[in-house]
Ligand binder design. Structure first.
Ligand SMILES: Cc1ncc(COP(=O)(O)O)c(C=O)c1O
Length: 398
């Protein structure tokens, strides 16, 4: 008898609830869009039962189910809903909780498209949704912004993207609960290995699984984890009916990737810590933002372990000379991969103002702290000596 409730993170990440008594160790990829009914009556019974298993793959697929259950267990939630991308997860949350005329309060430096769909799409133009973007690390400001009667959602990304500003989840959860609105946390940067927002009072967690959970930059997908059964059914129906489900093949890749999540996060964090110290001592670098460095504004909070198990694998830093020097640095790197995304086994580097956050206007970018000299680095699992040598060589070319 498997007692998964008592297992530690890594045991759960490897095994989940999949329990083969014989046959394949990994669930076979179930690549069928539809399922045979034993009889006409059997088909009618399945539709009437409310149990979506064995009908049609958009409604239920074994590989997605294994993944959803595992991630929900890792996050400590009621259930998980796998989606075709991280953006599909974010959009499903907006779509489910917002009405025409709703007001949202959100972290200013959330992922660019998570922000731009609130400012530029039908949410804004057709349904009149309005959003207050602010630095959610300031709980008093959050409290004030939630005073509007139409406020329906508090959406927080922490650490924020790419500023690495840290919001106290427990504090804003209390504020959201007092205002009777759901708190949604984008936990992509940390993964459930480093941070469990539901345990701190959040109602819903979203991830781009494309990042740390998958870990190998080989699949795009997202997941929503809810605390309650009610939210789970609301969001699941929404994702199924709007067709934003994950494919079985990508679910299989994520099921494989997530098994090593704990090991990868530890190694990425170790590399990030060493590289942050190296950058902090580099004459061509004007500033470094890494929650594991003593001068990060929330260093004590992060290192206390109250919210995060560690400072994570993401670093942002400013290159002296602004965009021109940043470009030369990024073009001069060899081992470190010049690409957007994050959380992969390979170290990735990008320039948010001209790449991930180019959709946000310059004024709003600067207000959110995304300056033109800012470079974002996602630590991979390479040998740290090779990463440092790569940066040394690239800095020499500035
Ligand atoms: C924090 C965060 N949330 C959401 C997303 C969107 O995820 P996806 O690219 O899987 O749609 C990203 C993508 O970079 C992200 O960094």
């Amino acid at each position: 008898m498997r007692n998964f409730e008592k297992w530690g993170f890594n045991s759960l990440a490897v095994h989940g609830r999949y329990h083969p008594k014989c046959g394949p160790v990994n669930p076979p990829v179930e690549r069928s869009s539809t399922y045979v009914f034993k009889s006409c009556e059997d088909g009618a019974k399945r539709f009437a039962s409310g149990n979506k298993e064995g009908i049609y793959s958009r409604l239920f697929n074994l590989n997605c189910y294994e993944l959803e259950t595992k991630i929900a267990d890792l996050e400590g939630g009621y259930g998980g809903i796998a989606t075709s991308s991280g953006m599909a997860a974010v959009e499903a949350v907006y779509f489910t909780f917002l009405n025409p005329g709703s007001h949202v309060v959100a972290t200013g430096s959330i992922y660019g498209p998570s922000r731009s769909i609130l400012e530029k799409s039908a949410f804004y133009h057709k349904w009149g949704v309005r959003t207050t973007f602010l630095d959610t690390s300031d709980v008093d400001e959050v409290r004030k912004a939630l005073q509007t009667p139409n406020t329906k959602l508090l959406f927080v990304e922490t650490p924020a993207n790419p500023t690495l500003s840290i919001t106290d989840i427990a504090a804003v959860a209390e504020t959201a609960a007092n205002a009777h609105i759901p708190l949604v946390v984008d936990n992509t940067f940390c993964s459930p290995y480093l941070q469990k927002p539901l345990a701190l009072g959040a109602d819903i967690v979203v991830h781009s699984m494309t990042k740390c959970i998958g870990g190998h930059s080989n699949a795009v997908g997202g997941v929503i984890i809810t605390k309650t059964q009610g939210d789970y059914h609301l969001l699941r129906d929404n994702v199924i009916n709007r067709g934003a489900v994950l494919s079985p093949d990508n679910a299989d890749l994520f099921n494989t990737g997530v098994k090593t999540l704990g090991l990868r996060m530890e190694r990425m964090q170790e590399n990030a810590m060493a590289l942050a110290r190296y950058l902090a001592n580099n004459a061509d670098v004007s500033w470094v933002m890494y929650p594991g460095l003593e001068d990060h504004p929330r260093y004590d909070f992060v290192m206390s372990g109250r919210q995060m198990k560690g400072p994570g694998g993401m670093i942002t830093f400013g290159v002296k000379g602004g965009y021109e020097s940043a470009k030369r640095l990024l073009n001069g790197l060899n081992l470190t991969t010049l690409a957007v995304s994050l959380g992969g086994v390979e170290s990735l580097i990008q320039h948010p103002a001209s790449m991930t956050h180019a959709v946000v206007s310059e004024d709003q970018r600067i207000a959110a702290g995304i300056t033109n000299d800012l470079v974002r680095f996602s630590a991979g699992i390479e040998d740290i000596e090779d990463l440092v040598e790569d940066f040394d060589n690239a800095f020499k070319k500035l």
